[in-house]
Ligand binder design. Structure first.
Ligand code: HXC
Length: 274
């Protein structure tokens, strides 16, 4: 008989564990911060006193999210429209953030594209598009922010995935893009460590209520979304990723760099049914 599962409730607020003023005076620059996981990561950092610039393609969504984040946290959030596939737009976004806040301490490279498509059907442009958003977008963001991060001896978090640890069908574009993101973070950590800069990756597993999961989840015959059923018996929620973010940006993680932190409730270690 299967063991009885203890199912934890949704994640606790990081403010119940970490000091509320942990990031007072700090500034976060977050691509993809207008929605989903990256918005929750931004909110958590702001709840600990930081201001933030959130970057994305859709200004209306960014503006609404920035207001929501400011109202919820009492700190300032600047919406900046930019397509991370264009290095000039990323440079301009960084300039706007620095003009507004005077510094950047933390960077989240989170802008990502995703859809399901088998190699045989995926178009060349479809593959290129995801590489451009995820991989090149990450590189352009690093390039544009690094001079500011060196000054503050700041820290990067790159949002990756666990898809590329195995051959995940219909995800060749994302798997290739995220493998490159992981490698980029490692080199960044090694090159910039001597300047006091840290770089880590968070690899989320199945996180409920996000656009990504909504697009990628398998459904049963009735159309109901299926959970991945990891050891903890639930999908994660965005708060789980937000809490890992607060920890990694905090001084509690000051000896952690060049790492990939998998936040997936142990899903990666479950042997699939034969
Ligand atoms: C096949 C597709 C496609 C689909 C786009 N393409 N969607 N091919 N199936 N569903 C192809 C198009 O046909 C086109 O190729 C090329 O990709 C570019 O598409 P466009 O729509 O013209 O580009 P754009 O408007 O820039 O949008 C592309 C996109 C978007 C950003 C990739 O489609 C998208 O995926 N948006 C969702 C963003 C998202 O959910 N982000 C969260 C990711 S979460 P052709 O050849 O026709 O010109 C995540 C976590 C993973 O990654 C882990 C979860 C467990």
């Amino acid at each position: 008989m299967a063991p009885q599962r203890h199912v934890e409730p949704a994640s606790v607020a990081s403010t119940a564990v970490f000091h509320k003023d942990l990031f007072k005076g700090k500034v976060l620059f977050c691509t993809g911060g207008g929605s989903g996981i990256c918005k929750a990561m931004t909110e958590a950092v702001m709840r600990h006193g930081a201001h933030a610039a959130i970057v994305g393609r859709k200004l209306d969504r960014l503006t609404a999210s920035a207001k929501e984040l400011s109202d919820a946290t009492g700190n300032q959030c600047l919406p900046v429209q930019a397509d991370v596939r264009d290095p000039k737009q990323v440079q301009d976004a960084v300039a706007k953030a620095v003009e507004k806040f005077g510094r950047i301490d933390f960077v989240i490279c989170g802008a990502a594209g995703n859809f399901l498509a088998p190699i045989s059907k995926l178009s060349e442009n479809g593959f290129r598009t995801v590489i451009e958003i995820d991989t090149l977008g990450t590189y352009y963001t690093i390039k544009a922010t690094l001079p500011h991060i060196r000054v503050t001896k700041g820290s990067y978090i790159h949002v990756s995935a666990t898809l590329h640890y195995r051959g995940t069908p219909y995800q060749v574009h994302v798997s290739a893009a995220k493998a490159a993101v992981d490698a980029t973070s490692t080199v960044l950590a090694v090159e910039e460590g001597p300047h006091g800069v840290r770089s880590n990756v968070i690899a989320p597993g199945p996180i409920g209520g996000t656009e990504g999961m909504d697009r990628l989840s398998a459904r049963d015959a009735s159309g109901k979304k299926q959970t991945w059923g990891g050891p903890l018996g639930r999908d994660g929620d965005v708060g789980d990723i937000a809490n890992a973010t607060v920890f990694l940006f905090s001084d509690a993680a000051r000896f952690i760099t060049a790492q990939v932190i998998v936040v997936d409730g142990g899903c990666e270690h479950v042997r699939p049914d034969p």
